[in-house]
Ligand binder design. Structure first.
Ligand SMILES: [Zn+2]
Length: 439
């Protein structure tokens, strides 16, 4: 048992990964992959890419503004409204509002916003990036002395945290955006959209092939799709409803192309006569609903999430979209390229040398995306409450369950409002969806 373990440790050691820090091969691989994106030259010696964050400087502006965005010019109405809201904010927090900024300071702030930059991230203020006033001392109100200009997003991210640490985090994020590095999701709506899209199982893979005279979709449509892929830098994830028309059923029934989890009821017409009668004979619970991976010909009258490549394939096969709810756009990146190239080379070398390490490198490549989708959410928060507190908590929409501990003590479980994302979940989503067909 010791020798395989030593082998494992040695294999990852060459990538500077300490196996003892991680609990599975998937997490070791995950660490290796992300290490390789930030230190590409350590993985692929021919790579001329520098090591990221080596040139990082906290005083440099890493924002990547839209070159067409116009410089922000403060309007009187806008400023007046801002002053009113700052005053309300201070008043509600019980802060003295006498020395607050007022509509009379318009000229001062108009020129300040035009000439200065964000005090946190050094970005210029544009109509894409509105300025706001960031209070330096949170005990004090919005006065001229206490406020520095900052982007709205920086101001929110800064909140009550240490300004230098907040600034470092924001700049590191901007650096990552500028260099197209994979990173975690910070917008909860996008996180939830991606979370829905994770449907596991490579039960079957579509192979597209062109057979002269037989293929229906080898004329202009694949070209259009190919063109879209080549020309667009952006890739997206969309939440849609749709169906395949009855005329396509004959082509598609052997392998319905929509692979998604749906809730299945154990009724005879759903699971079939044989399964139904078997289940009844063995008195299995028939009222329970199950989530099952299904191959479908429509989206089951639900909104379902697809990535662009999968959606294009479905459209190619004749999908008609009837409704859409959300769409989110991502930048394409090739950050994992050194990782894949290195592992593939190592695998080929092992095959040539007749070494069994070949299987190991295959495993590394195959498990490299899985950990991206594993984000541990906190599913519940448990509070110990007295009877009165329990009564209130049970009426809250986030209430999940209650258990009596003693006469006047209850354990109340509450759904947390937010979920943090610690993995680059979008990488996993695209890998999973793209794996459903092969071009
Ligand atoms: Zn900023």
């Amino acid at each position: 048992m010791v020798k395989p373990l030593m082998n494992l440790i040695d294999t990852f050691e060459q990538f500077n990964i300490d196996v003892l820090h991680y609990i599975s091969i998937a997490s070791c691989t995950y660490a290796t992959k992300h290490y390789s994106t930030y230190f590409p030259s350590k993985f692929n010696l021919e790579s001329d890419k520098q090591q990221y964050y080596e040139d990082f400087d906290i005083n440099v502006d890493y924002s990547n503004p839209n070159p067409n965005a116009k410089l922000f010019i403060l309007a009187t109405g806008y400023w007046k409204n801002k002053c009113y809201h700052y005053k309300q904010q201070d008043y509600k927090a019980g802060r003295e509002t006498e020395k607050n900024v007022t509509a009379d300071d318009y000229d001062y702030y108009k020129s300040l916003f035009e000439t200065s930059v964000c005090s946190i991230c050094n970005a210029k203020f544009t109509y894409d990036n509105h300025p706001s006033l960031d209070r330096q001392d949170n005990e004090h109100p919005h006065t001229k002395d206490n406020c520095w200009p900052a982007c709205v997003s920086c101001n929110i991210a800064h909140a009550n945290r240490d300004p230098k640490i907040a600034s470092l985090h924001i700049k590191m994020r901007k650096y990552a955006i500028k260099h197209n590095l994979p990173m975690t999701i910070s917008d909860e709506r996008i996180y939830k959209l991606l979370r829905e899209c994770i449907t596991g199982g490579l039960a079957a893979v579509f192979h597209r092939e062109n057979i002269a005279g037989r293929s229906k979709f080898n004329s202009e449509k694949p070209y259009v799709v190919k063109n879209c892929i080549d020309q667009r830098k952006d890739i997206f994830v969309a939440k849609i409803k749709g169906y395949f028309p009855k005329s396509e059923y004959n082509n598609l029934l052997p392998l319905p192309p929509i692979f998604r989890n749906i809730e299945i009821e154990n009724r005879e017409m759903v699971i079939g006569e044989y399964m139904y009668s078997q289940a009844q004979r063995h008195s299995l619970p028939m009222t329970k609903k199950d989530r099952k991976l299904a191959t479908l010909l429509d989206t089951n009258n639900q909104f379902m999430v697809f990535n662009n490549y999968y959606l294009w394939l479905l459209i190619d096969l004749g999908l008609i979209i009837t409704d859409y709810k959300a769409i989110t756009v991502f930048d394409k990146n090739t950050a994992y390229e050194p990782f894949v190239r290195t592992m593939m080379n190592l695998r080929i070398q092992s095959i040539l040398a007749g070494s069994s390490k070949e299987k190991f490198y295959k495993l590394i490549i195959n498990s490299s995306y899985g950990y991206d989708t594993l984000n541990t959410e906190k599913f519940g928060k448990i509070k110990m409450l007295y009877k009165a507190g329990t009564f209130i908590a049970q009426h809250h929409p986030n209430h999940m369950g209650t258990r009596r501990i003693s006469a006047n003590t209850f354990a109340v479980q509450i759904k947390p409002k937010t979920a943090n994302c610690f993995t680059s979940i979008q990488s996993g989503v695209f890998t999973l969806d793209n794996a459903k067909y092969c071009r």
